[in-house]
Design a protein around this ligand. Structure first.
Ligand SMILES: *[C@@H]1O[C@H](CO)[C@@H](O)[C@H](O)[C@H]1NC(C)=O
Ligand SMILES: *[C@@H]1O[C@H](CO)[C@@H](O)[C@H](O)[C@H]1NC(C)=O
Ligand SMILES: *[C@@H]1O[C@H](CO)[C@@H](O)[C@H](O)[C@H]1NC(C)=O
Ligand SMILES: *[C@@H]1O[C@H](CO)[C@@H](O)[C@H](O)[C@H]1NC(C)=O
Ligand SMILES: *[C@@H]1O[C@H](CO)[C@@H](O)[C@H](O)[C@H]1NC(C)=O
Length: 319
């Protein structure tokens, strides 16, 4: 795949920053370790030492909004692939579009072969899937225009800004996990900008009967594996694996229902949604950064019927 010189430059820059951070953290590792995450270790680093890998422990929730609103918020040049989301969600209400809220903790991010590890961070933002970035009427891309990212992690903040993302450095509750448990049993997550009134807050309850969750896991696999862009100068290819010990058995995705309150772009002002459904799931990932978006045209995940299966000798069956 031919990277444009300007993108190569960005990658080199990010690598440089990663290195500098690694060196400076190496000297202060003992003092900077303020809390310990419950997230599982990144087991992909061993199998993909030359790639950026990590663990994302997330709440993924679908917010249905009127198509007209979606059309107003999403830049006009990107068509909305309604047929693509209706193929996965035949009963989705007419005239509506599924925005995804992703509230996540990024854990144990590594570029193993270079001895680089990134300090954990949290992030939250609205993501607009099923967009026709390449104009082929088929390939789904995901627009993630703005994020709240842990203010303590300059690399994550700048790495996201390099995509043209509007980043609000933020503080998080809880500090080192994807969510915490409230006395009433619900999970709680809050991101608050350190410089503005922007915030994202989620309170979710486990849905006991999966049949009450209107969204199949397939939908979340599909959306989270769509290439992401902000200003479309480059695209992020994050491969999320739902078929490892991290997301099956006792760690199987938990269907949740709850409320989201937010003041975050591209929505204006404070908005509150109730009766929102989603899933809490942790997945390991491989991330290929700053790709030319056009090179992702026709991309449909990494193969298999919607699953992120990596073909070849490096099967993920054994994880
Ligand atoms: C995800 O985060 C929750 C909350 O901290 C934790 O209980 C759970 O073990 C994590 N899951 C994985 C697979 O890391
Ligand atoms: C790992 O990185 C290389 C080089 O950027 C890339 O060609 C390859 O597709 C990546 N592997 C995966 C599984 O994405
Ligand atoms: C997108 O954002 C990047 C990083 O801030 C910037 O270098 C680039 O010029 C922007 N492109 C457009 C089309 O706005
Ligand atoms: C994981 O993949 C294997 C084959 O690659 C398959 O047999 C199994 O059903 C998959 N498990 C899940 C939970 O998707
Ligand atoms: C996502 O769903 C669309 C159908 O809407 C399908 O064409 C595409 O292959 C799916 N992609 C993945 C990665 O599952």
């Amino acid at each position: 795949m031919a990277l444009q010189p300007s993108l190569l430059h960005v990658s080199a820059l990010v690598l440089f920053v990663l290195f500098s951070s690694f060196l400076s953290h190496g000297q202060s590792a003992a003092t900077s370790c303020v809390c310990v995450s419950h997230d599982h270790d990144n087991k992909l680093a061993e199998k993909f030492p030359n790639n950026a890998t990590g663990v994302l422990n997330a709440t993924l929730a679908i917010i249905p909004i009127p198509l007209e609103t979606a059309r107003r918020l999403i830049p006009a040049q990107y068509g909305i692939l309604e047929r693509a989301y209706r193929a996965l969600l035949p009963d989705f209400p007419q005239g509506m579009y599924p925005v995804m809220m992703q509230a996540a903790h990024d854990h144990d991010v590594q570029l193993r072969a270079y001895g680089i590890t990134l300090e954990d961070f949290s992030r939250a933002g609205f993501e607009f899937p099923f967009l026709d970035l390449s104009g082929d009427g088929y390939s789904s891309f995901r627009w993630a225009p703005a994020q709240l990212i842990s203010a303590t992690n300059d690399i994550a903040v700048e790495g996201s800004r390099a995509y043209g993302t509007i980043v609000s450095p933020a503080k998080y509750e809880p500090l080192c996990d994807a969510y915490k448990r409230l006395p009433n049993g619900n999970t709680y997550f809050r991101a608050s900008s350190v410089a503005s009134s922007e915030f994202v807050e989620l309170e979710m309850a486990r849905v006991s009967f999966p049949k009450f969750n209107p969204y199949p896991l397939e939908l979340f696999k599909n959306i989270t594996n769509q290439p992401t862009f902000a200003n479309a100068t480059s695209c992020d290819n994050m491969i999320r694996l739902f078929n490892t010990t991290m997301s099956v058995g006792e760690h199987a995705p938990v269907p949740v229902r709850g409320r989201i309150k937010a003041h975050a772009l591209p929505f204006e002002g404070e908005t509150k949604w109730t009766d929102i459904y989603g899933v809490q799931v942790a997945t390991p990932f491989i991330e290929n950064n700053y790709l030319e978006c056009e090179s992702m045209r026709g991309y449909s995940g990494t193969g298999g019927p919607g699953d992120s299966y990596i073909p070849g000798p490096q099967s993920n069956d054994a994880l």
